[in-house]
Design a protein. Structure first.
Ligand code: ATP
Ligand code: MG
Length: 592
């Protein structure tokens, strides 16, 4: 179905006064110094993410407000107040001190979305220890590799995960000095060469003098999703808290009374920056669902938990779309006022689906592990152009650049100032949550910068209104008969067909065209693959894209391979299509 190209916003779309309402003026007046002053800072100077997120509130009127509300299928809901979170994180920090873990050492957490995860992450930050949350569904090898690469000295995990995945791998992680385990059903653990976390926590005080971390002290080490290759470790510092705060306010429009739900697992940067830090900075109550995706359950939670701001991902939205509108309409969402999405391009069809299913369009935003926080966003007050990622936030200067011939190693670029020209999306370096390095890969890090710009590796264009449009990752762009084809454009059209749930386009070598476009699709519930359907989708693509850009081949797959963070792995589809080695599949979702 062809839709309007713009969703106009009026005052009636706003339930609360938006934090960003005068885009130009707020961008002009924005200063990072002011953002720093909006935070409290450590007594005696210094900056610490966990202090701003937890202890600052615990000492004030938010003490008894629920900071994190954990829900699970077979357990009663558990609320951790800001006050309680401050005490528990202090205990954890004391455990680290008692063990002799020093500032700057690396701690890894590996567990489901249980309270201990949040306590360990924030407690370690209080102690000045650098944290990496790992996704609990990883297999032993990716876990061991990351701990080894990150020179992890402490691991916090559950008894069961340790036994299943790590006990036999311990020798592969020579830097690991301490393993803290969470016993099953709260009981103590008896694994050799480990400690029982609950016992350690009970033995220490719940007051802790927060480590005097400076803004530039390392805080978090996040691994990228591995969509385009081996995951890279991106290092972030405590100053990132300024970006978490600013983007929580502008991009997520957080207000004190919000009930907020970020569906990302903390094993990915979104789940940490926006599932832990940003909502706490704003003193809001967050929902944490311990269960895996389930369309019915998610709709019920949105309704019963009275969620007002929801941050999710295209892959989740596609799965919800796949399950049909009726499931969504079984509930009402009177409290929901803002929905945002990140992680992959959000097809226009998905933006509109939000309006039909939940009564609100989905607001796409863009950022990367490397940027540490949201850079480009659609926000409540402004019109949405479905298919566009929105506009740069206050404090962020984005532009489109083209590469010039490099002198030696360093890339050189020129800013493309005319609108609507495709090029690489670049950001003026210097925002506080910018990564400060790739772990053990200085050369790769340097390649990301050209003069004053950080080069994102994504291709995009900017329109005359300043909205950015994602074209594709530089690695995924298809070169066919002299055209540069972004897979997103092709996939968005395929998604317009009622039967198509997911689509991925790749370039396949072709003797005449250089590359031809091949697409893979999976279907919505209730549709079956047939030759007639294939021809129908092909005809739609030809009509909307023209013969030069439309796929020459369309193949059906029950589901598309994706990373555990939900990103379609086009490189894998390509490798399989061409019979090439699959490369690093450590983040590939099981069964894909
Ligand atoms: P790797 O760098 O290991 O290949 P990755 O790039 O997928 O993995 P992340 O840092 O998690 O790892 O993802 C950032 C990338 O996700 C962006 O560079 C972009 O390609 C894609 N992305 C994120 N948000 C959006 C969006 N709103 N629209 C389009 N693409 C997006
Ligand atoms: Mg990347």
């Amino acid at each position: 179905m062809e839709r309007p190209t713009i969703i106009r916003k009026t005052d009636s779309d706003l339930r609360v006064p938006p934090n960003l309402d005068n885009y130009e003026a707020q961008r002009r007046s924005f200063r990072w110094d002011n953002e720093r002053r909006a935070l409290q800072g450590l007594p005696g100077g210094g900056l610490n993410i966990a202090f701003e997120a937890v202890d600052r509130h615990a000492a004030g009127p938010l003490q008894d407000r629920s900071a994190l509300r954990f829900v699970a299928r077979n357990a009663p809901a558990l609320d951790l107040s800001y006050g309680e979170l401050a005490l528990q994180t202090s205990r954890f920090a004391n455990v680290l001190r008692e063990l002799g873990v020093a500032k700057g050492e690396h701690l890894f957490v590996l567990m489901g979305r249980i309270p201990e995860l949040y306590i360990a992450v924030l407690g370690a930050l209080k102690a000045g220890v650098v944290v990496t949350p790992l996704f609990s569904a990883f297999g032993p090898e990716p876990i061991a590799t990351r701990i080894k690469l990150g020179e992890g000295t402490v691991l916090v995990t559950s008894d069961a995960l340790y036994r299943r995945k790590l006990a036999q791998w311990r020798e592969q992680m020579p830097t690991l000095r301490h393993v803290l385990l969470i016993g099953e059903d709260g009981g103590p653990t008896h694994e050799a060469a480990t400690r029982d976390l609950a016992t350690c926590m009970a033995a220490v005080s719940d007051t802790f003098h927060i480590e005097q971390t400076a803004a530039e002290d390392p805080a978090l080490l996040h691994f990228t999703s591995g969509t385009t290759g081996t995951p890279k470790g991106a290092l972030h510092v405590h100053a990132a808290v300024m970006m978490h705060h600013a983007s929580g306010r502008y991009a997520l429009d957080l207000h004190p009374n919000d009930r907020y739900w970020c569906t990302a697992d903390p094993g990915w940067v979104t789940g940490t920056s926006y599932g832990i830090i940003a909502p706490l900075l704003h003193g809001v109550s967050s929902l944490v669902d311990r269960e895996e995706f389930d369309a019915e359950r998610w709709y019920a939670l949105l309704a019963s938990e009275r969620i007002s701001v929801w941050y999710t991902a295209p892959t989740a939205i596609r799965m919800l779309m796949k399950s049909g509108l009726e499931a969504a309409r079984r509930h009402a969402y009177p409290d929901l006022r803002f929905i945002a999405s990140v992680g992959e391009p959000l097809n226009p069809e998905a933006v509109w689906w939000g309006k039909e299913a939940l009564g609100l369009p989905i607001h796409d935003n863009w950022w990367q592990t490397e940027t540490g926080g949201i850079m480009i966003a659609n926000t409540p007050a402004f019109d949405i152009k479905p298919g566009s990622m929105g506009r740069p936030l206050p404090g962020i200067d984005a532009c489109i650049v083209e590469h010039l011939e490099a002198e030696g190693e360093a890339p050189r670029v020129r800013i493309i100032s005319e609108p609507n020209i495709e090029g690489e999306l670049a950001l003026r370096a210097g925002w506080p949550s910018m990564f400060r390095g790739y772990l053990h890969n200085e050369a790769r890090y340097r390649k990301c910068f050209a003069g004053e710009f950080y080069l994102s590796g994504d291709l995009a264009r900017r329109d005359a209104d300043g909205y950015y449009w994602f074209v594709g990752r530089a690695d995924d762009v298809i070169k066919s008969a002299g055209h540069l084809i972004g897979p997103f454009e092709v996939e968005s059209v395929l998604m317009e067909h009622a039967a198509v749930a997911e689509a991925a386009a790749i370039g396949k070598p072709d003797p005449v065209l250089g590359e031809m476009v091949k697409a893979f699709v999976s279907l919505r519930t209730g549709f079956a693959w047939s030759e007639t359907l294939r021809l129908e989708i092909l005809a739609l693509a030809r009509k909307r894209l023209g013969a030069a850009i439309a796929p020459k081949e369309i193949a059906f797959l029950p589901s598309l391979p994706r990373t555990r963070s939900g990103k379609i792995m086009r490189r894998l589809l390509k490798a399989r299509e061409l019979g090439l080695p699959e490369g690093d599949t450590s983040t590939l979702e099981a069964g894909a």
